[in-house]
Design a protein around this ligand. Sequence first.
Ligand code: SF4
Length: 222
Amino acid sequence: MLPIERKELIPPGGHKKVLLHSCCAPCSGEVMEAMLASGIDYTIFFYNPNIHPEREYLLRKEENVRFAEKHGVAFVDADYDKDNWFARAKGMEWEPERGIRCTMCFDMRFERTALYAHEHGFPVMTSSLGISRWKNMSQINDCGKRAAGRYEGLSYWDFNWRKGGGAARMIEISKREEFYQQEYCGCVYSLRDTNQHRRNQGREPIELGVKFYGQGDDQDAG
Ligand code: SF4
C-alpha cells in the first residue's frame, strides 16, 4: 500500500476532541486512520444493538477492538440492549433498507452516542456509518444532527468520509488488516432479506464468521 497523502481535517468549531460512533472495523478503519493523521483526539463508541445474532455482534465488535488496540485508541463498549432495539423496530419488520426502520436504527444509536458525548465532555460526534456506499448519507447526517441537537454545545460532524479516496482506502485497510467481512447490514431483517436475495440468485445463504477481506471478493456489505 502506498503512503497516503491526506489533508488536515478540522472538526466543527476547530475542536480536536471527537466521539466516533463506529458500526464495525471495515467502515471505521479509514475514519480512524484519517483522524489519527490529523492529530484528532478521539474515542470510539461502539453501540450497535441492531446487530443480530449475538455471535455476529461479537465478531464485528472484536475486530473493532483489535484495531483500536493496535492504534492505542480508547474504545467504549456500550450496551447490547437488543430488546430495546427490537421494541423500537416493532411494526417495521418489512420496511426496506434505507427506509423508516433504518432511520429509527440510526436515531437510536446516535441518541446514545450523543448522550455519552454530552456526559463526557465531547464537543463533536461523528460516525463511520456513512462511508459505506450502501448507506444513504443524508439520512445518516439528518439522524446525527438531530441527536446532537439535543445538547447545547454538541455538534455532529457530517464529514464525507467517502471523498478524496476514502472509500477505496476503506477497502485497502480492510484487506491489509484482514478484517472480518460482514455480508449484510446487521439486523435480523437485513439478514433475512439478503438471504432471500441470494436465494433468488441461486446462491447459498450467508454463513457467519467465514469471510475475511483479502481472501477473494472484497466488496463492502455494511
Ligand atoms: S438494515 Fe441496517 S440500518 Fe436498517 S434497521 Fe437493519 S441494521 Fe439498522
